[in-house]
Design a protein around this ligand. Structure first.
Ligand code: ZN
Length: 495
């Protein structure tokens, strides 16, 4: 039996709900992945890290989780509307590449960036182009049920018909009149009966390079189809969690719900979760807004808005320091503060390894148990990572007191404290000590050994053989092999 007090905010009900999986012990979760036509930017890091935290936490609780995150490599049109050019095909045309070459290149780069952020790979990473048949089957089902119509080789979802029988707008809270009004600005209605209708299948124009045969025309699926089709294929007709950024609530997720209900008569998803946006000077960061900073630019510092490079773990920590449903505004000051905070936490974890326990220690296992309970309570409260971090920060004060020998701890207490810090910081928050930080530390430790050997040389010069031998023997016991050469003593660590 899995210990579970997890509550998550369900966008559908607009409140926090106790998380109860459909199949005990198992969780199916689907998160909308990237459209692979450009480098990942900070806006991509947020959903990736948010749902990585959820994935890690659910697994930590003992669930067997199947996590599906798709790769959109076709069908996502410019302006997110049914008019316009496919983003991948456009990039391919501009760069004279095969569309699949573009998609593969940016998929690889996306996955590299995610790995450096400590984001675990999903269980399945399906590509939209690999699931054209499933998408066509979905379109057929929707047509058979009377909620879609063919027009000039394209197929459109009949939103008004659907809304008579079901509720279009159940997720976003929009009603059909709002949608009509919002859509009026766009180009002419064209093939669609009504502006709110959205494409399930688009007939390819002669210049369009990505195309597949179908009963309606040579063409390509509408963007919303892939997530419904692949979610159902890999997670079943009803699964637990569907996530993504808040900007996907409308139209993408609203349309996904309509497609699933129109096809199978009932909704597909139990909990809808959405992370808030990262803003830059208050505006959404994104490729369509032309104000984005790619993750690589953060890592190298090569962007006019960046005062310095920031490591992947600093970015991860920065994102985790805000609750996923709050906005985060990017600034150099905020990232620099995150770097300091991360260092403080990592230093405390490193210090825990060096601290020595005493049988008569004042602190025992209760200290760690209390910290652990507080961290669980924060995560159970809709993944409140900033509160987890603040509890760990509070505990770093005690760790520093232990390191300064102003406080004492029992061996069991120390063991438990090490475990709690590592579990939350590494396993659940997904933080890792960074290489560059380690290299700096190693250098300082090495210089401390040099200093000891200098003192030993002085002792030898003064014929203080006892001190000289003591330094060599104690270092040897720690694994340092000291060799005396004509130029002086050298050392290496045999570990
Ligand atoms: Zn999606």
């Amino acid at each position: 039996m899995i210990k579970n007090n997890l509550q998550i905010y369900n966008t559908l009900s607009r409140k926090k709900e106790v998380f109860e999986p459909i199949n005990p012990g198992h969780v199916g979760m689907y998160v909308c992945g990237p459209t692979v036509y450009g480098d990942a930017h900070l806006g991509h890091a947020r959903p990736a890290i948010t749902f990585d935290l959820l994935f890690r936490y659910l697994r930590h609780l003992g669930y067997k989780v199947r996590f599906v995150r798709n790769i959109t490599d076709v069908g996502h049109l410019e302006h997110d509307a049914d008019e316009g050019e496919d983003k991948i095909a456009k990039k391919a045309r501009l760069e004279q590449l095969e569309p699949m070459e573009v998609a593969q290149y940016y998929t690889n780069r996306f996955n590299q960036a995610m790995a450096s952020l400590g984001v675990l790979p999903p269980s399945i990473e399906p590509h939209a182009t690999g699931h054209i048949i499933e998408q066509e089957q979905l379109v057929k089902q929707i047509m058979d049920n009377g909620y879609a119509y063919e027009s000039n080789g394209s197929v459109y979802f009949d939103v008004e018909k659907y809304n008579k029988d079901h509720h279009y707008g159940i997720l976003s809270g929009r009603n059909l009149d709002d949608v009509h009004d919002a859509s009026r600005e766009l180009d002419g209605v064209g093939e669609k009966r009504r502006q709110a209708d959205f494409a399930l299948w688009k007939k390819a124009q002669p210049e369009h390079i990505m195309r597949w045969p179908s009963p309606w025309s040579e063409g390509f699926p509408g963007w919303h189809c892939e997530c419904t089709a692949m979610g159902r294929k890999y997670l079943g007709a009803k699964f637990d969690i569907h996530g993504g950024g808040m900007d996907l609530v409308f139209p993408h997720h609203e349309c996904e719900i309509a497609q699933a209900v129109a096809a199978q008569g009932e909704p597909m998803v139990k909990y809808w979760m959405h992370n808030n946006m990262i803003t830059i000077a208050g505006k959404k960061m994104g490729k369509s807004y032309n104000n984005f900073i790619t993750l690589d630019q953060f890592f190298t510092g090569d962007h006019p808005l960046l005062e310095q490079p920031y490591t992947p773990m600093t970015i991860r920590f920065f994102i985790l320091q805000a609750h996923y449903r709050s906005t985060v505004d990017f600034s150099n000051e905020a990232l620099q503060a995150s770097k300091k905070g991360l260092d403080r936490l990592m230093d405390a974890i490193a210090a825990l390894d060096r601290i020595e326990a005493t049988a008569t220690g004042v602190l025992g296992e209760e200290f760690a148990a209390e910290l652990e309970a507080k961290c669980y309570a924060a995560l159970d409260d809709d993944l409140n990572s900033p509160i987890v971090i603040s509890h760990l920060f509070d505990a770093t004060r005690t760790v520093n007191q232990l390191a300064d020998r102003q406080q004492t701890i029992t061996p069991e207490g120390l063991e438990a404290l090490r475990r709690v810090f590592r579990t939350f910081a590494f396993d659940i928050l997904g933080l890792q000590p960074e290489e560059s930080g380690n290299a700096e530390r190693e250098k300082s430790f090495g210089q401390a050994i040099d200093l000891l050997l200098e003192l030993r040389a002085k002792a030898k010069a003064a014929k203080d053989w006892a001190t000289s031998d003591q330094i060599r023997d104690r270092l040897a016991a720690l694994g340092f092999e000291v060799k005396d050469t004509k130029e002086g003593a050298t050392w290496k660590l045999n570990k």
